[in-house]
Ligand binder design. Sequence first.
Ligand code: UD1
Ligand code: CA
Length: 428
Amino acid sequence: MVKSIILAAGKGTRMKSGLPKVLHTIFDKPLLGYVLDAVKNSGMIDYSYVITGHKHEQVDSYVKENYDFAGTILQSPQLGTGHAVSMALDALKGYNGEVVILCGDTPLIKPETIKNMIISHRKNSADITVMSAVFENPTNYGRIIREQDGTLKEIVEEKDADEFQKKVKEINAGIYCINWDKVSVAFSELKNNNKQGEYYLTDIIKWGREKGLRVGAYVIEDNNEIFGINSRKNLAEASQILHDEIIEYHMANGVTIVSPETTWISPDTEIGGDTIIYPNCYINGRNKIASNCKIGPFAHIRGGVELDEFVKIGNFVELKKAKVKSHTNICHLSYVGDAEVGENVNIGAGTITANYNPLTKVKSKTIIEDNVKIGSNSVLVAPVKIKEGANVGAVGVITKDVEPWSLAVTRAPLKVLEGWVKKVLKND
Ligand code: UD1
Ligand code: CA
């Protein structure tokens, strides 16, 4: 199996942020998480070394808490991308397979692309493969410089490039596949005699040529995949690219999305065919929505949500960690969180599961069994169970379990004082 090194030590100055760049999020998932997921899902890589530096404690704990197949290595000070890779020399001592090097700030890279790059590297019996792309506007990227016969010569950074080199539109995507046994020695030989005074990873191309190694490029088809995040503007642009891909994917799978522009669906949400999503919905986190559901307009699904077939989630409804069985309606102005809801349930407008105790900070569960009807404006104070077929009268405040097929009513009885208004007016 292949190993990977993910560069994530840089400061990300242009984000103007207290947070390390790679921990900025799209759909609440850090950029680094996207890269790690792509690496893992390529199916080719069994371990990743994440190189951390700036505010490394935060990046370290993110990796530790979320990824079994990855660990971090500190780079301090940060002397360039080549220096960053050299931090893994000890950890990879004696390893003689391939290493894929990526950057933590390119979240749109796809697992298949990583896989195909490794396959192409092997097919060409290459020692170094660099991923490249052709950009109409190549500004800021390293340029791929080729010989007359088309073979790779070197990579020149924008800051070091001359007038002619700057015109080259083939750029370095910043992703590499290298044979570690032959190439790792380069990282002790790189020089920093360039404009930025850094040890450039890109110099391994020239180094490899001089050592007589096989060096090649893997030209990527979809330029969006290597979109790098350097600013908040880039972050919004990457979110939009991902948004468009996801919406298109679901529509191709038979989901009706009435307003693609205003519907946001996280990459970790599955949706069955013939489900309709009305405008202005935000679906975040990991969710499974079955077929034939109706969602929105204006629904907020926050993750951990599973909806069975024919569920209706209406306007201004917020769901979090909720499993809802088929043919159940939660149609207006409700919050349902940390809950299990049975089938054929009707949840009236304005119903709230009070799942969180802010004093103890404990979250508790609400269980609503099959065929239950909850009247409007009710508060179900968790932990609580509304058993099969029970009804809760409108404005119920339910603090203990309700037995099957019974009615729970908590409101004060209605009193009508006849002629009361006229009496008051007379006394004035
Ligand atoms: C780099 C490439 C450039 C390529 C571009 C693609 C070099 C010298 N240049 O430029 O050819 O077109 O990526 O996006 O490699 N990092 C560290 N430690 C360091 C320096 C950087 O971990 O000491 C990390 C950064 O956090 C970042 C990545 O390496 O994730 C790339 O560094 P960055 O400074 O963004 O390089 P670019 O100028 O974008
Ligand atoms: Ca960059």
